[in-house]
Design a protein around this ligand. Structure first.
Ligand SMILES: Cc1c2[nH]c(c1CCC(=O)O)Cc1[nH]c(c(CCC(=O)O)c1C)Cc1[nH]c(c(CCC(=O)O)c1C)Cc1[nH]c(c(C)c1CCC(=O)O)C2
Length: 336
């Protein structure tokens, strides 16, 4: 929270995207008894437990709510399933007629287990551990709602952005409104800060980036700040590249998340004078370990030293990551 307020610390605080997950045996054990992945997300006792697991094991400085970005379309009435080994499956929404079948307003009651999880976490976490809530950015969530699954380049949503701009705009608007409500409720339930995951920023050409990513994220954050002026917001726009400068200059986010392809020297010179940054170790360097990992960690620490920085990966931790590599990374980041 101090870094998000603009303070530079001698050692950066550290957490990892997807830090609760399949690389942990204790997560796999809970997952096996939980039923479906969504059952786990909506079970406050178990969701609290898996959120706490990486805090207990590694002492990360932040805990991130265990949930998924796709609970928002689910709570809007879209059918969402997670099938083993295949990832998410949704009944595609591809035009205004489909959109009419979804709820206009987000039903917060459907998401009450998520808020209960946050309340439990607030009580169970050490006082010095930041509690992070999150949601997907409107474009990223819309691209799943349209394609109905993960796609390499979000082609189904992108082609509709050209063919049916009215539909895309309505869908994005609905997600902005729903996400404001959702993040405000997360803050009220105990989240200290929230992260917005724009995982598919990199798919958008420049004209669409402003219209479908930057502007909706701005409206989302403004909506949250109007309702809860104390809110702290991290925006992680994967693949945005040099467009991160526009984000940093806009003042939308308290901190700018960096993916692993962002050059730390560039981010130090261009972004860090404007905003605190978060990132950006390549998750595959963490899989590889050894000297390559040490060098990658050192390069990030050196680049961002002296200005506000939160250490993190440049995307989610991979299931094949050895736990000993996470421990090695943490010793290096903490200087012990
Ligand atoms: C695009 C996206 C999704 N979900 C999310 C994003 C944005 C971040 C990113 O770009 O990775 C965000 C997310 N998903 C999950 C979290 C929990 C908090 C955390 O530890 O960071 C967060 C913040 C848990 C999860 N969400 C999912 C898992 C794995 C499911 C399982 O345990 O069976 C976890 C731990 C499932 C999920 N959820 C999603 C996909 C594509 C998948 C399948 C991928 C896979 O299987 O690895 C959608």
């Amino acid at each position: 929270m101090r870094v998000l307020a603009g303070e530079a610390l001698p050692r950066p605080p550290v957490w990892l995207m997807r830090q609760a997950g399949r690389y942990l045996p204790e997560y796999r054990a809970v997952r096996a008894q939980a039923g479906s992945f969504l059952d786990l997300c909506y079970n406050p006792a178990l969701a609290t437990e898996v959120t706490l697991q990486p805090i207990r094991r590694f002492g990360f400085d932040a805990a991130i709510l265990f949930s998924d970005i796709l609970v928002v379309p689910h709570a809007l009435g879209q059918d969402v399933r997670f099938t083993e080994g295949e990832g998410p499956r949704l009944d595609p929404v591809t035009g205004l007629a489909d959109l009419a079948h979804l709820d206009e307003e987000l039903d917060l009651g459907r998401l009450s287990p998520v808020f209960e999880t946050l309340q439990r976490l607030r009580g169970d976490l050490p006082g010095e551990t930041t509690l992070l809530g999150f949601c997907g950015a409107p474009w990223t969530v819309a691209s799943y709602m349209i394609a109905g699954k993960s796609t390499p380049d979000q082609a189904p949503a992108r082609v509709l952005a050209y063919r049916d701009p009215v539909f895309i705009e309505r869908l994005i608007d609905r997600l902005v409104t729903a996400s404001v409500r959702y993040l405000v409720a997360q803050i009220d339930a105990g989240a200290d800060a929230v992260q917005i995951f724009e995982s598919f920023a990199g798919a958008l050409p420049p004209a669409l980036f402003d219209r479908l990513s930057l502007d909706p994220v701005r409206r989302l954050v403004e909506g949250v700040r109007v309702a809860r002026p104390q809110a702290r917001v991290i925006v992680f726009a994967r693949g945005a590249g040099p467009r991160l400068e526009v984000l940093a200059k806009s003042g939308i986010a308290d901190a700018v998340g960096l993916d692993w392809a962002v050059d730390p020297a560039w981010a130090r010179d261009v972004l860090q004078p404007l905003r605190p940054v978060q990132g950006n170790l390549d998750p595959l360097a963490l899989v590889a370990g050894g000297r390559a990992l040490d060098e990658a960690v050192d390069a990030i620490l050196a680049a961002f030293a002296g200005r506000p920085h939160i250490f993190n990966l440049g995307h989610g931790i991979l299931p094949e990551t050895p736990i000993s590599h996470v421990e090695r990374m943490l010793r290096r980041v903490r200087g012990d």
